[in-house]
Design a protein around this ligand. Structure first.
Ligand SMILES: Cc1cc2nc3c(=O)[nH]c(=O)nc-3n(C[C@H](O)[C@H](O)[C@H](O)COP(=O)(O)OP(=O)(O)OC[C@H]3O[C@@H](n4cnc5c(N)ncnc54)[C@H](O)[C@@H]3O)c2cc1C
Length: 203
């Protein structure tokens, strides 16, 4: 199997270079070939996928092609409705997008007080936490008791029996520090702004 990756390493932007290197080694150890490049077209033969053509003109042959290239919020249907749109539904810090309109989850873009920047989070736990937060603010009413949404993002991924859990934004960390265990034993890493806990995905 070949994994075509546009970035320097799989998941580096999300999990940071060190974790990405660990996962790259894990995939290679399981027979996956990591190929750096950008797909431009899916090749077909007799009505079936036969590989991909890359931006540099080269081709990778394949019996099947799985595309996992991210997503964009489909908010076109809200255009002209008065709901502000900018990389999703543009909310205020309380997850309100206008009088009586609230947004949460993948499509909600809000000013994160932790970073001062507008962002969206595409993670399942965030969809739940942001919806709960929006509901609390909705019930609080506009009398000043509303709270800004300031989550600590959390994500997990299970790969070959290894579970990676990340808090914060490991991909944005400016420093990596190993305070316990070792990369080889896959057990526990802690960084300055986030924490990686790696353990067996088996119960
Ligand atoms: C393949 C895949 C793997 C994932 N793996 C993980 C993971 O391991 N960990 C993790 O944390 N997250 C993961 N995610 C992300 C996670 O699934 C999402 O962050 C989460 O589902 C977002 O919840 P949501 O309620 O915002 O949106 P959704 O779950 O997408 O729900 C939106 C709902 O709105 C409906 N809808 C859309 N437009 C309209 C409309 N106009 N009118 C009425 N209904 C509408 C849709 O049909 C859908 O039911 C994964 C996502 C995918 C696609």
């Amino acid at each position: 199997m070949t994994w075509l990756v546009a970035a320097a390493a799989p998941l580096a932007a999300v999990l940071g270079a060190e974790t990405a290197a660990l996962l790259t080694g894990l995939h290679r150890a399981h027979g996956v070939r990591i190929h750096r490049g950008t797909a431009r077209a899916v090749l077909q033969r007799r009505g079936r996928a036969a590989g991909v053509r890359l931006a540099d003109g080269s081709e990778l042959a394949a019996d099947a092609v799985l595309m996992a290239i991210g997503s964009e919020p489909a908010t076109e249907w809200l255009a002209g409705s008065g709901v502000p749109l900018a990389d999703g539904v543009a909310c205020d810090a309380h997850c309100a997008a206008g009088p009586g309109v609230w947004a949460a989850g993948d499509a909600a873009c809000w000013p994160d007080p932790r970073t001062g920047r507008r962002r969206r989070l595409e993670q399942r736990t965030n969809a739940t936490e942001q919806a709960q937060h929006a509901a609390r603010n909705l019930l609080a009413g506009p009398d000043g008791t509303r709270q800004a949404y300031a989550p600590v993002p959390y994500l997990w991924t299970d790969q070959y029996g290894l579970r990676v859990q990340a808090f914060g934004r490991p991909g944005g960390a400016d420093r990596f520090e190993l305070v316990d265990g070792s990369l080889a034993d896959h057990r526990k890493w802690v960084g300055p702004a986030c924490c990686w806990l790696l353990r067996s995905a088996q119960p």
